[in-house]
Write a protein that binds this ligand. Sequence first.
Ligand SMILES: NC(=O)c1ccc[n+]([C@@H]2O[C@H](COP(=O)([O-])OP(=O)(O)OC[C@H]3O[C@@H](n4cnc5c(N)ncnc54)[C@H](O)[C@@H]3O)[C@@H](O)[C@H]2O)c1
Ligand SMILES: [Zn+2]
Length: 355
Amino acid sequence: MRTVRVNAASQSYDVLIGKDAVRELGQQAKKLCPGALKVLVVSESNVAPLYLDRVKAELEGAGFEVIDYVFEAGEQNKNINEIAGMWNKMAEAGFTRTDFVVGLGGGVTTDMAGFAASTFLRGIKVIQLPTSLLAMVDASVGGKTGIDIPMGKNQVGAFWQPSLVIEDISFLKTLPDEVFTEGMGEVTKHAFIMDLELLEKLEKANGDIRSDEDLLEETVYMNVADKAGVVGEDEHDNGRRQTLNFGHTVGHVIERDSGFTKPHGICVAKGMGIVMDACVRAGTLAAEDAERMKALLKLYKLPVSDDITPEAIVEGAMNDKKKRGDTLSVILVNKIGQAEIKKMTAEEFLKFLSV
Ligand SMILES: NC(=O)c1ccc[n+]([C@@H]2O[C@H](COP(=O)([O-])OP(=O)(O)OC[C@H]3O[C@@H](n4cnc5c(N)ncnc54)[C@H](O)[C@@H]3O)[C@@H](O)[C@H]2O)c1
Ligand SMILES: [Zn+2]
């Protein structure tokens, strides 16, 4: 078992990473949620049949009354109706401010479980049990919670740090291959923006970090440590945390243009490739560094380009929430393992992408 401590300004907490880490849940919950009698386990239709019984047994074994809320899997259900369902379930069961929520699933689930916890009775505790690679290395760590509205993804939410995150590596065994690959988009991103050692490890693993559970655990650990470091410095996304958006400014536009049929991690990989090429043309990134990063993406079956035009990217990006005032914060990698936040106007961004 490995532990990463996240020292966010609002709250510090542990991320426990390991095979069968779920066995820690009951005792840890008792310690971290004193006075709690009830717990709402939020999960979804793919994950619940696999792991809900196990999680319930852990919590019941520690003496909690367990109520579950299982929604239909999928991003289209990351909405206010499901949150209202969770609020109602807790209210009906007579939850008080000392009771808590557990999120068991991918990023859709952990985002919603966190948001329901952040709002119920003005905020109760949440413990996250991410089950997808993306949720383990990214969504469940750092306290961003929320839902989608028709006008856009993640447009409503709250910063609400969990009290604990348990990452049971064994849960990844059932993750479909293509969903695992999507998660690799965020893993490679962490390597490119801040972790040369991770990049070297991924190169050495030669496209397969899945079949060796020890390697998988170590890789997840390195990613969580990377993200924890950033969140510790900048919980509310006003500075360095924005570097985690590498590939996202462009990726979000591609994702939205596809009507959200192209997966997030795939679009981020495309976005990273497009920005790397632009950095090489601008002379700020060495061509061999870009080739090395793109080779890594391809090794993990991720794309490095898209046929979207620079004009379409800029138009889409200016409508995106990442813009602040009239400028966009574009994340550049000028050297492997080092990211820069560069403010650009629409004209500058178009020039950057086109020249
Ligand atoms: N809060 C944040 O900081 C943050 C960061 C990145 C992404 N996100 C959010 O995360 C979401 C994407 O996360 P995701 O890719 O995990 O999506 P997801 O929750 O939809 O999970 C992806 C798919 O994998 C399935 N699944 C998950 N775990 C499984 C397991 N162990 N075995 C079998 N199937 C399993 C799910 O049922 C689903 O079909 C998006 O909504 C995104 O906005 C949030
Ligand atoms: Zn992302």
